[in-house]
Design a protein around this ligand. Structure first.
Ligand code: ATP
Length: 326
């Protein structure tokens, strides 16, 4: 009888640690009209250096997701779920430690409409310098500020100027540079190209692409699906506070599964060929969104079952929250 070779069984198997893990995240805001359930059971995972694109119609919870990761929800609360970075829970951490070690240092955010967040009475240099000071940066401040400015294609001379002396595109680059000052591992960019002309948009996209190549991870939040295909490794399509579909960019763009993703992709204008489509109806209210599929009353494939909560049906690289793929 052949002798069986002994296989060494490792004592404990630990799967590779995710760079960022968001699990079952639900967030709500208290309003006069009732509690707005802005996020419901949202989850995804990123490896080191990976980037995620989040797309969806207005008010579906995109910014709330970014703000929850930054622990900067105003008037909102986390009802359930977990967020961890390299295995460390961000939600259980004392605010003091999160603020000293994570917010702006390891995770930073470029806010929606960030151009207007620059303080008009201070030069770019004093605003950058304040960020470094607040985080106890002890190296060569001027060198770091110049490095951040040039990394976004701004002349170091811009540091001496006031915000009103800069064009819209330059301001957007300045706030991007400010988010990069402390060399974070993750940058959450909320609509980084909205309100910019197409040339400046292209510059910002190229800049994000370059930073990604150098190892920075991004979560890019946008209405505009076409910019995601260039930067995101993974895409999450949000609808009514939930992720309707999650997968690699290749799969989500190449073979979209959820009828909402299909509708959204069909609505991107094309240079030639058929007219862009549109999705009839409007998104659900988030105060009492109901227990069935949130897309049901707009869905071309609606079935009886859709009145109950759809499962997260596995796809090649993620899932589609839809009864069609049960
Ligand atoms: N501070 C707040 N207080 C009360 N409700 C809020 C607050 N912030 C967001 N909401 C509500 O939460 C829901 C999700 O908002 P959120 O800003 O996350 O959506 P979004 O997808 O980023 O929208 P947009 O694309 O228009 O920026 C919306 O119904 C919004 O009205």
């Amino acid at each position: 009888m052949p002798r069986l070779r002994k296989t060494k069984i490792p004592q404990e198997y630990s799967p590779p640690m995710a760079f960022l893990d968001v699990e079952g995240l639900s967030v709500s805001y208290g309003t006069r009209a009732g509690r707005v359930h802005a996020l419901d059971d949202v989850g995804f995972s990123l490896k080191e250096g990976e980037s995620l694109g989040i797309a969806g119609e207005s008010a579906c919870g995109k910014s709330t997701l970014g703000l929850a990761i930054m622990r900067m929800l105003q008037g909102g609360r986390i009802d359930s779920g977990a967020i961890s970075m390299r295995g460390e829970s961000l939600l259980d951490m004392a605010e003091r430690r999160f603020s000293a070690e994570y917010r702006w240092k390891r995770i930073s955010m470029i806010f929606q409409g960030a151009m207007s967040s620059l303080d008009p009475v201070y030069t770019i240099r004093s605003q950058f310098s304040e960020v470094l000071r607040q985080h106890g940066f002890e190296g060569d401040r001027e060198g770091r500020m110049e490095e951040a400015a040039t990394s976004v294609g701004l002349e170091p001379g811009v540091l001496g100027r006031y915000p009103h002396e800069l064009s819209g595109g330059m301001k957007q680059r300045a706030v991007t540079a400010m988010a990069l000052l402390l060399k974070p591992d993750l940058v959450i960019a909320d609509e980084p190209t909205t309100a910019l002309d197409v040339l400046v948009q292209a510059q910002i996209i190229n800049l994000l692409k370059r930073l990604k190549k150098e190892g920075t991870s991004f979560i890019i939040i946008t209405h505009d699906l076409s910019i995601l295909s260039e930067i995101a490794d993974k895409v999450g399509i949000m609808y009514g506070g939930q992720i309707a579909e999650l997968g690699s960019s290749e799969d989500v763009y190449g073979s979209p599964r959820h009828p909402y993703t299909q509708g959204l992709l069909a609505s991107i204008p094309k240079l030639r060929g058929e007219k862009p489509g549109y999705i009839r109806g409007s998104p659900p209210g988030l105060i009492s969104p109901g227990s069935g599929c949130r897309f049901a009353d707009r869905c071309p494939d609606v079935m009886e079952k859709c009145s109950t909560d759809p499962p997260k049906a596995g796809t090649k690289s993620g899932y589609a929250k839809c009864w069609l793929y049960e």
